[in-house]
Design a protein around this ligand. Structure first.
Ligand SMILES: *[C@@H]1O[C@H](CO)[C@@H](O)[C@H](O)[C@H]1NC(C)=O
Ligand SMILES: *[C@@H]1O[C@H](CO)[C@@H](O)[C@H](O)[C@H]1NC(C)=O
Ligand SMILES: *[C@@H]1O[C@H](CO)[C@@H](O)[C@H](O)[C@H]1NC(C)=O
Ligand SMILES: *[C@@H]1O[C@H](CO)[C@@H](O)[C@H](O)[C@H]1NC(C)=O
Ligand SMILES: *[C@@H]1O[C@H](CO)[C@@H](O)[C@H](O)[C@H]1NC(C)=O
Length: 410
């Protein structure tokens, strides 16, 4: 079919053409392309799915639905398009659980700390955006008026869960959360970056928003432990984790590097910088950014600023979990540029090249389905829920620095 006849036959095909032509300097173009990709992501939506209302393999990808809702919350705020807002609020209400901490009964026995925190990020973002309140769809365990549970209360409840678990888990490795908080779960004897970085980020975001030093002290404590145990290296690389069974005591670090791990710490450090205005946090942000740039950008020498998941992407070996990790790095690079002005100029070219590459990849099947290998400038044939999610965040994060400022508690 020729381009001319495409233009004649309808909006869907015109979109497929425009998806190849993202104008990174034109907010209207960015919004238009983000809308196309959001629509692609939403083809996975299924309100009857117990995996967080997106269709994907059960049960361990429930966390990824939390990440997708966070992307759609960002989308709603960045673009002003409220298409997904009602479903978003309804899904958050259904998954928040009776204790208002995103540990719902439905996910018990397989929910790990990192699964929970990816839903908690929705509460933290909603708090920072001044987003609509949670509807009263669930019944509070205590029989309270469930509407009294604010986003801040949900974030604080989760923070308190993490504090309790940290204290319980600290017999090994001198501290640190385990990956799993349920003793019978596979993975209980592993402490990892995405969980501890998630606690760090949660504490840092609560500190910046509330100004309450208790949260800041915990963020510092989790950061210091993460560096002392070697999850965050002296040159700011972030490694996956370490076992703590018997006398392993986190001595053998699994040095796999995944983009969402470093992104998690980067965004926490950015909030700590915004909270404290201390140069030590700015230095950490700069160090993490440099490590991320050196690790997760540019296998193609012609596209050195394009993000890629270096462990699995070149071999087309990323699973649905792993294809979504670039969503976290994109999202939190965009927000870090807002919170730490000194790194904005370094982040912009990374986001621009990645968004351009992502948009070019969204040319699959004549319906703008996105691909994984953004550095190829074309659809590479792999499509799934995580792929669409990453492309959406890469593209819409171009709008982060022009979005309304993140709120501070009044
Ligand atoms: C695009 O086309 C593919 C292949 O036919 C299909 O599997 C997918 O669901 C379509 N996506 C959208 C957003 O329509
Ligand atoms: C376990 O690691 C922590 C932190 O590195 C250290 O303080 C502690 O002494 C270690 N315990 C054992 C038994 O080696
Ligand atoms: C700060 O936060 C902690 C943890 O939630 C809480 O116990 C404490 O009361 C708060 N302090 C103030 C002054 O609000
Ligand atoms: C933050 O620190 C910089 C220099 O270190 C200073 O110029 C600025 O006024 C400080 N801002 C706040 C809000 O304290
Ligand atoms: C980089 O660009 C050059 C010149 O256009 C081209 O010959 C080469 O194949 C490109 N390399 C890759 C990996 O795309």
């Amino acid at each position: 079919m020729t381009r001319q006849s495409n233009l004649a036959v309808g909006a869907a095909l015109i979109s497929a053409i425009s998806a190849l032509n993202l104008d990174i300097n034109d907010p209207a173009s960015v919004k238009n392309i983000a809308a196309q990709v959001a629509k692609g992501l939403y083809t996975y939506h299924d309100p009857s799915s117990t995996a967080g209302q997106f269709r994907q393999p059960q049960p361990w990808f429930w966390w990824e639905s939390g990440s997708a809702w966070n992307a759609l919350m960002d989308y709603t705020v960045y673009t002003g398009d409220a298409t997904y807002k009602a479903d978003l609020l309804s899904s958050l209400a259904k998954n928040v659980g009776a204790n208002y901490d995103f540990a719902p009964a439905e996910q018990q026995n397989w929910e790990a700390n990192d699964d929970q925190v990816y839903w908690v990020y929705n509460a933290l973002s909603a708090m920072e955006y001044g987003f609509d309140a949670l509807p009263c769809e669930t019944t509070n365990a205590k029989g309270d008026d469930s509407c009294a549970n604010s986003w801040l209360a949900i974030g604080t409840n989760a923070f308190n869960d993490f504090v309790t678990r940290w204290d319980k888990d600290s017999a090994t490795c001198g501290g640190g959360l385990k990956w799993q908080y349920v003793e019978t779960a596979n993975g209980y004897y592993y402490k990892n970056s995405v969980s501890n970085g998630g606690f760090f980020q949660t504490a840092a975001r609560l500190a910046r928003y509330t100004g309450n030093q208790t949260f800041g002290d915990w963020a510092t404590k989790v950061w210091d432990w993460s560096t002392s145990v070697g999850f965050v290296s002296a040159d700011f690389h972030v490694f996956d984790g370490a076992g703590d069974e018997k006398d392993a005591n986190c001595s053998a670090i699994n040095k796999d590097e995944w983009s969402y791990n470093i992104a998690t710490y980067l965004h926490g450090a950015a909030h700590m910088y915004a909270f404290t205005n201390e140069s030590i946090w700015e230095t950490r942000v700069q160090g993490l950014l440099k490590a991320a740039q050196g690790t997760f950008f540019g296998p193609n020498p012609n596209a050195t600023n394009v993000m890629y998941e270096q462990k699995c992407e070149v071999s087309s070996g990323c699973n649905i979990d792993q294809t979504s990790f670039k969503a976290s790095l994109s999202r939190w690079l965009g927000k870090t540029a807002v919170l730490v002005p000194s790194v904005k100029a370094s982040i912009e070219p990374l986001l621009q090249a990645s968004a351009s590459g992502a948009a070019l990849s969204c040319s699959g099947y004549d319906n703008s389905t996105c691909g994984v290998q953004w550095y190829t400038g074309a659809f590479d044939g792999q499509s799934d829920f995580g792929v669409e999610l990453s492309a959406l965040e890469a593209i819409q994060s171009l709008l982060a620095t022009s979005a309304p400022k993140l709120a501070i508690k009044s």
